[in-house]
Design a protein around this ligand. Structure first.
Ligand code: URA
Length: 249
């Protein structure tokens, strides 16, 4: 007899498997937490790792609701010196900063920041959402704070707004440029992410970039409480905003 014929709902699975799929805890940790009474299923302490739970069941760990959504979204404050890649034979990558559970889950960075660029990096295992956030057609603005050599002038703002053609003939989409303070720093807003794009555009204007930090990506803002190298899960509001953005496009 199949599970279905026995009347077991198809979405039911082992408690430890479901919690481990969030990438937050290993099965061993979950087993220990059950023993310590820290996991509740519908308000009652879980008793065994193998008990079956489904989409309708309400799970909490240490009183916090656990979202067992099929995808995980993490915001990182990327530090300088790490590659935005999942692995590299010689150099450390941003994925090396994640927990072993998240690494096992296969999270990857959404788009690349240069090794020396810092700031907002989204990591997820949601390939479809990642694709949409990166597609220029979806109009997801990425905002960067750049420190430049020299000063940003009105002619630079106009050149970026018109859509620059770079030395190798690369046509860029119109981009935003807002000088800050004395013009030695500025905000650059892009809808695309070509290789070294901010650095190449500003270098072409005779204003080489000295430091670059990404502040936001669509509705997602870098949480300034995160020090470089730190990361946290997106909260429900941030995930909802990313998904809404997806419907708007
Ligand atoms: N543009 C750049 O030049 N570098 C980055 O890392 C991101 C955008």
């Amino acid at each position: 007899m199949t599970e279905q014929e026995k009347g077991v709902a198809l979405d039911m699975e082992r408690l430890d498997k479901r919690l481990a799929s969030t990438g937050r805890w290993s099965r061993k940790e979950i087993k220990d937490m059950i023993r310590q009474g820290r996991i509740l299923v519908n308000g009652l302490p879980a008793r065994r790792p193998e008990e079956k739970v489904g989409d309708e069941d309400h799970l909490t760990v240490d009183g916090q609701e656990v979202d067992c959504a099929p995808f995980v979204y993490v915001m990182m404050h990327k530090p300088a010196g790490l590659l935005s890649a999942t692995e590299d034979k010689r150099q450390r990558t941003v994925v090396d900063l994640l927990s072993p559970e998240l690494r096992r889950r296969g999270l990857f960075p959404v788009g690349r920041l240069d090794k020396d660029t810092t700031g907002l990096l989204l990591l997820t295992d949601d390939g479809a959402l990642a694709h949409e956030l990166l597609s220029p057609k979806k109009h997801v603005d990425k905002v960067y704070l750049a420190q430049v050599e020299g000063r940003i002038e009105v002619a630079d703002v106009t050149a970026l707004a018109e859509g620059m053609v770079l030395g190798d003939g690369l046509q860029c989409l119109p981009a935003g440029l807002e000088p800050l303070g004395d013009g030695e720093s500025c905000l650059v807003t892009l809808r695309e992410g070509k290789y070294h794009q901010v650095k190449r555009m500003l270098a072409a204007r005779g204003k080489p970039v000295l430091a670059l930090k990404r502040l936001s990506m669509g509705p997602l803002q870098l949480d300034e409480a995160l020090a470089p190298g730190e990361w946290r899960y997106l909260n429900a509001d941030e995930v909802a905003k990313l998904r809404e953005g997806r419907l708007d496009t």
